[in-house]
Design a protein around this ligand. Sequence first.
Ligand SMILES: *Cc1c(COP(=O)(O)O)cnc(C)c1O
Length: 398
Amino acid sequence: MIKISDRISNLEESVTLAITAKAKALKAAGRDVIGLGAGEPDFDTPENIKDAAHIAINEGRTKYTPVGGVPELKDAIIDRLKLDRDLTYTRGEILISCGGKHSIYNLFQALLDPGDEVIIPAPYWVSYPPMVELAGGVPVIITTNDTSGFKITAKDFRASITKKTRAVIINSPSNPTGAVYSLEELREIAEVAIEYNILIVSDEIYDKLHYEQGDAPAIATISEQVKAQTVVLNGVSKAYSMTGWRIGYAAGPAELIGAMMKLQSQSTSGAASISQWAALEAFSGPQDAVAVMRDEFQKRRALIVASLNAIDGITCLAPEGAFYVFPNISKLFGKSDGDTKITDSVSFCSYLLETAEVAVVPGAAFGLDAYMRLSYASSTKNIKEGITRIEKACRRLS
Ligand SMILES: *Cc1c(COP(=O)(O)O)cnc(C)c1O
């Protein structure tokens, strides 16, 4: 018997990835499962980006790159941040990693000592608390709900601060709720962060999937002082439908970026060269594919929100960004279908998978049990069929 480290034994597997795998396994076994659980766009990567990868391969750009990323890609990110946000960064303030998830992992490893606290609004992206814990840190959760639009206020934030608070995570647009903070709301949060010298971790991976005017507001644009205390995390996975390419970046204070790079030099040596050249095309090439995908998501959003709200016992806010809805299902708790009793989000979601053959993620995975997450990164046909099945399954509950 090999003894697995306590660190990993205590680590939970990503629930969203696990549900996706379970739905795939059921499908492979011949069951007609509709997956509304996945956290990735259902579009192909745009052609110009794939072409750039082919060119990189053919030209032999297939060797180790500088640990922090190829300079040309850093410059393309710097240009995007300038053009989209009017933010100015230098190469030493940018680190390319193997996906946005890896950027966040590096960040907490470089930032936290044992016992250091990170404030995380719930519902949260499933990976934040484990990544904080793997770095020896302590997640401090602020719970929100649908009546507050799933957003924390500056007052909530202030009340959670202790002497050990090192960072606060803001994920806007949010996975799993699609909530978007206004610039004014961000300003109030930033003021508290400055007052207590707390690092702002701004996960902006969905910034281009925003259904109001322009990109979602970004906290670092508030002032130079706020920017100096913020690490921006982003990547190509969501906006350019490139989840499998594994490219993300962090933009922030040079000392911190340098520390993250040191860790990267002893772990991955940097991101895949071919993916970096493809990402360069994503950031610097034509941007029309992003708008096409966003517009399609917007249509599906209208469909999914309306049809969920038409189901007895389910209420759903319209998300302002990303491609998820996070409806409240708590009115269904306590009901039964024969021997199956619905007691919480996990039992409801396994009921849906078993009886309706629809895969969705229980809210408990995101730290809020009264909800479930559905992804509308799926065809209109799938969404319609999936919601019809959910509706039927709900009607059987009494
Ligand atoms: C998808 C996602 C990421 C990053 O994903 P990568 O594929 O690792 O770039 C980061 N944060 C949130 C909230 C996400 O949903």
